[in-house]
Write a protein that binds this ligand. Structure first.
Ligand SMILES: [Zn+2]
Length: 292
């Protein structure tokens, strides 16, 4: 973190009212719109709970977001989101539990799971093509790296060598047979170019007319670097004990960190995560690979 950045976000989010104003604007950028009767009431000032002028129903700023039903204050949510964004290595449930005086490890763990979901939502915008697509393999069920096997990797291909590019990683463990067409359709706009191997191209036969599919079997240096980065990060963060079910959360966090690593403005990264937190259920229901 650059000097001053911590105090910058502490000033911006000092009180619950500061958080309400900020998050209210995020949720209703054009002014409050009642979720029940859909009427716009831009004159209503930011508040935690709002009563609709027309239908008299009460709404809350946190309803249907990832904060839905949470007993934590908005300030605590922003602080924990800041810790998630600003810690270089990632945060563990144990460190969250200590920093925020959370009674049980399980509660801290659930909170962290929500932050990872927010990270996934924040990064759910489609990749822009051309996109390199490959699936990781270790070829050995007993390998210590088996947890990073069987992951679909989608990487934007840069026009220029130093241009930052986004990645998306989707665990294929426990997915239905041939989940790749579904993942591609969710992640890559139609008509984009997909660069992939002959064998993956075959598995995309059903959607081949929607994309420009180029095949190559040469190893890509960027792909190798991405896997090294993933492996190093996972070896520091992932304890393995939680099993495959939770793997996707770690991959989502990795992608969020990777994709925002070149952003100079740390507050923009926090804002990005808060967008995910406020969007709540924005991940399309048919994204089955994340619904395990
Ligand atoms: Zn209403």
């Amino acid at each position: 973190m650059a000097p001053g950045e911590s105090s910058q976000h502490n000033t911006l989010f000092a009180t619950d009212q500061d958080c309400i104003s900020y998050l209210f604007q995020k949720r209703w950028p054009n002014g409050f719109r009642c979720p029940f009767c859909n009427r716009l009431q831009s004159e209503i000032s930011p508040a935690h709970t709002i009563v609709c002028r027309y239908c008299r129903k009460q709404s809350s700023i946190t309803a249907n977001t990832l904060m839905h039903g949470s007993k934590k204050s908005l300030t605590e949510w922003v602080q924990v989101a800041a810790q998630f964004c600003f810690s270089k290595e990632g945060v563990s449930a144990r460190s969250l539990q200590n920093s925020f005086h959370i009674a049980t490890y399980q509660t801290a763990w659930n909170w962290l799971k929500k932050l990872r979901k927010a990270a996934a939502i924040a990064e759910s915008a489609p990749l822009t093509g051309p996109v390199l697509l490959f699936v990781t393999t270790t070829g050995d069920a007993d390998s210590p790296l088996r947890y990073i096997s069987n992951i679909a990797c989608l990487m934007e291909v840069a026009d220029l060598p130093k241009q930052p590019t986004r990645v998306r990683l989707v665990s294929l463990l426990g997915t239905p047979q041939n989940p790749l067409p579904h993942i591609v359709k969710y992640s890559i706009p139609t008509s984009a170019t997909i660069i992939t191997s002959e064998s993956i191209a075959l598995s995309l036969a059903d959607i081949r007319l929607d994309y420009h599919i180029q095949t190559t079997d040469s190893e890509n240096q960027k792909a190798i670097e991405l896997l090294q980065e993933l492996q190093q990060w996972m070896s520091r963060i992932y304890r393995g004990a939680t099993g495959a079910t939770y793997l996707q959360g770690y991959l989502d966090e990795f992608c969020f960190r990777h994709n925002t690593a070149t952003w100079n403005n740390r507050l923009a990264i926090l804002d990005h995560l808060l967008t995910g937190i406020m969007s709540g259920h924005a991940i399309p229901q048919d994204k089955t690979t994340l619904d395990k």
